[in-house]
Design a protein around this ligand. Structure first.
Ligand code: PLP
Length: 379
């Protein structure tokens, strides 16, 4: 039998409620029926982002609004500070480069969180930095950056905004945008929002909107000002991914029904169970000091090829986990638990890990990891 499971940090598994809604006949995006859905989505997104400001929706993958957060906030000659602790941090630098923005990188060892003191130091010695670009959760390493502390620092600088790619943070752990003073917060549909890929979200603080006012970098599709005007009329500037919007209304309803606090606690529990089982199996965590509750990066034991282990997950069990990229290639597997996951999902994936490790000759007693997970899940 051919049954498949996604445990990759995007795309993630989808609830039947969402899938069924998206299978309904398509409607037209300039009709009142769609505007009503749009209006409900706007409210749901404000709840999710914990902001009073508008959350813009673009039909694109997450990277689209990352690009928009450079082209809409900065102007020619502006400088940026980029936290590079993995593949997604590197992407901020690549986008800046594409727009001719000079950036100062803070290179963080993979698997580590950035030290906020380094940001303070960089801002003090480079007063021309207009924006700090970071991830909330660096999906490529499984590490979480200290967003609250970074926000506290950046908020002291009138002429600098803080931009957070929270694509695997929103709906996973607490990131109260308004309360912490995060200027720009970004998410995407295929992670904790329990949707297929295709939508990207961005919210801006009042301070960030002032930067948008004066920005002179080229932009067309990802024009935040234009999209804000459209959103206020429950419209998109261009044809949106209509079926995804219909699914989004449903997933936002599910999140609201569970409640944000409960959503965060569920993620914490699943992540803790995964980490506990990894440790019980004698495996290492790739980001032990500041692990994200979105995804657990597991160090593959010496002598076991990580690429092969990842492939066997799929061949034997139909489970997709993620491998490592670049310097982590072959060294880690990443098990996601963001979005539509519950306790027994983790038991299943850990059990599969055990069976594969056993077959590959790694010495341990079967059930060790599952037991450790169960102990956390029963708390
Ligand atoms: C998935 C992800 C993105 C977006 O990638 P897309 O492929 O463009 O959707 C960006 N940042 C992080 C941290 C991610 O996990």
């Amino acid at each position: 039998m051919d049954k498949k499971y996604l445990f990759s940090p995007g795309p993630t598994m989808l609830p039947a409620e969402v899938l069924l809604k998206m299978a309904e006949p398509i409607m037209h995006h300039r009709e009142p029926e769609f505007e009503k859905i749009f209006a409900e989505i706007r409210e749901g997104l404000k709840y999710l982002f914990q902001t009073k400001n508008e959350v813009l929706i673009f039909t694109s993958s997450g990277t689209g609004v990352m690009e928009g957060a450079v082209s809409n906030l900065l102007s020619r000659g502006d400088k940026a500070l980029v936290i590079r602790g993995g593949k997604f941090g590197e992407r901020w630098g690549e986008i800046c480069k594409a727009y001719g923005i000079e950036f100062i990188p803070i290179d963080v060892d993979w698997g580590k969180a950035v030290d906020p003191k380094q940001i303070q130091k960089a801002l003090d010695s480079n007063p021309s930095i207009r924006a700090v670009y970071t991830q909330a959760s660096e999906t490529s390493t499984g590490a979480k950056h200290p967003i609250r502390e970074i926000a506290e620092i950046v908020n002291k600088y009138e002429e600098t905004v803080m931009v957070v790619d929270a694509i695997t943070g929103i709906g996973v752990f607490n990131l109260p945008m308004d309360e912490w003073g995060i200027d720009v917060l970004i998410s995407g549909s295929q992670k904790a929002l329990m949707l297929p890929p295709g939508l990207a979200f961005v919210a801006l603080s009042d301070k960030a909107w002032k930067f948008v006012e004066r920005s002179n970098l080229p932009k067309f599709y990802f024009d935040f000002k234009k999209e804000l005007k459209s959103a206020q009329k429950n419209q998109n500037s261009f044809t949106p991914a209509i079926s995804l919007f219909v699914g989004l209304r449903e997933s936002l309803r599910l999140i609201r029904k569970e409640g944000l606090e409960a959503v965060f606690q569920r993620h914490e529990k699943l992540a803790e169970a995964t980490r506990a089982s990894v440790k019980a199996l004698g495996l290492g965590l790739y980001a032990p000091d500041s692990p994200s509750n979105a995804v657990t990066a597991v160090k593959v034991p010496e002598g076991i090829p990580g690429g092969k282990l990842k492939n066997l997950f799929f061949e034997k069990f139909g489970i997709t986990v993620a491998g490592g990229q670049d310097q982590a290639k072959g060294k880690i597997i990443r098990i996601a638990h963001l979005g539509y996951y519950e306790r027994l999902d983790m038991v299943m994936v850990i059990s599969a890990l055990e069976m594969l490790l056993k077959e590959m000759g790694y010495p341990f007693e079967l059930g060790t990891g599952v037991k450790a997970a169960e102990e956390v899940l029963m708390r």
